[in-house]
Ligand binder design. Structure first.
Ligand code: PPE
Length: 307
């Protein structure tokens, strides 16, 4: 669904609330030419206490951390961006939505060096349903191991959520979809499992849970961190610094993706190998995750900002 079909009309840009169609940038903006921006994806859930933003602080921290290697100065405090986001949600009467803060080098001059290019900061919110298809959460998705590899973390900081990185995700995801799959799994330079184009990956074997470690060219997903905590609190052993070989995908008892957009999505097939319908551990974690984010439990209340 395109933005024009959505009931949203306001964007926060550089300190002001502007009409949706006025949130423009120049075609010679640095960020457009060189992918020199950082962004976040955050969800706000519909709860009995009203809209609740999930893990604002962690997302804001990651935004500032992502900007550091690029010396991209973000002249707004987390609290200011959080208040602007809450105001966007209130003004547009949204009960639940996706939140997209972005900061990038704007318009001044071109050339790889951003020199005097100012930082543009914007936040948009809009309704965003299930990421990987209507029935993905229940029935799982079919994925293809991509022929594209993830950037090595010696080539680009893969733990920074940088706009330019996502052409790699696009190549992997579109390749998978051209072959009839819903999503890709991307291997790292060593040929081990990294993550999806926009998701982290978890594997279940013999009742224990594994997810690639931070040195495997992954984004340290906030859903990943939340699922690790939730799974441990449910009593599971979670190996969160695992190295997972490609072959282990085939012998997994269960596989699932995590991400802000993807939430907790089971994987039912990898290439020609059937993993199976949503497994019991995936189901337990997924159901607990939705109980948490939709606030059907009092636990983890410090993960939420009520709008
Ligand atoms: N890895 C990548 C490469 C990634 O883009 C995401 C989020 C994750 C892992 C999971 O991170 P987290 O959201 O903090 O749990 N992908 C975002 C972008 C999706 C898009 O299509 O745009 C997201 O889920 O918001």
């Amino acid at each position: 669904m395109g933005f024009d079909e959505m009931d949203v009309d306001t964007i926060w840009k550089d300190g002001e609330f502007v009409d949706w169609e006025d949130a423009q940038v120049h075609v010679l903006s640095h960020g457009l030419h060189y992918g020199s921006g950082v962004f976040e994806g955050i969800r706000c859930y519909d709860t009995e206490e009203g809209p609740a933003i999930f893990r604002w602080d962690e997302h804001a921290d990651r935004l500032y951390q992502s900007a550091k290697p690029y010396e991209l100065e973000i002249d707004y405090e987390s609290e200011e961006l959080e208040e602007a986001t809450a105001e966007l949600i209130r003004r547009q009467g949204l009960e639940e939505c996706y939140i997209r803060p972005i900061a990038f080098f704007g318009y001044d001059s071109l050339g790889v060096s951003p020199k005097d290019c100012p930082t543009v900061v914007a936040i948009a919110v809009w309704p965003w349903g299930t990421y990987l298809g209507e029935d993905a959460l229940e029935n799982g998705v079919e994925v293809k191991v991509s022929s594209w590899r993830k950037h090595a973390s010696s080539q680009i900081p893969t733990n920074a959520k940088t706009t330019g990185l996502y052409v790699n995700s696009m190549l992997a995801g579109e390749e998978a979809r051209r072959h009839g799959y819903v999503e890709a799994i991307v291997l790292n330079k060593e040929g081990n499992v990294a993550e999806g184009p926009g998701e982290n990956l978890f594997l279940v074997r013999d009742g224990e849970i594994y997810t690639p470690g931070l040195a495997e060219s992954i984004l340290d997903g906030i859903t990943r961190q939340s699922v690790i905590t939730i799974a441990r609190d449910l009593g599971y052993t979670v190996h969160d610094q695992a190295t997972i070989s490609r072959g282990e995908l085939n012998t997994a008892d269960e596989l699932f993706f995590t991400g802000t957009a993807a939430e907790v999505t089971p994987i039912k097939r990898v290439d020609n190998v059937t993993i199976g319908e949503r497994g019991p551990i995936t189901e337990e974690i997924q159901s607990r995750f939705f109980d948490v984010v939709e606030r059907r439990t009092d636990e983890y209340d410090d993960w939420f900002t009520y709008v």
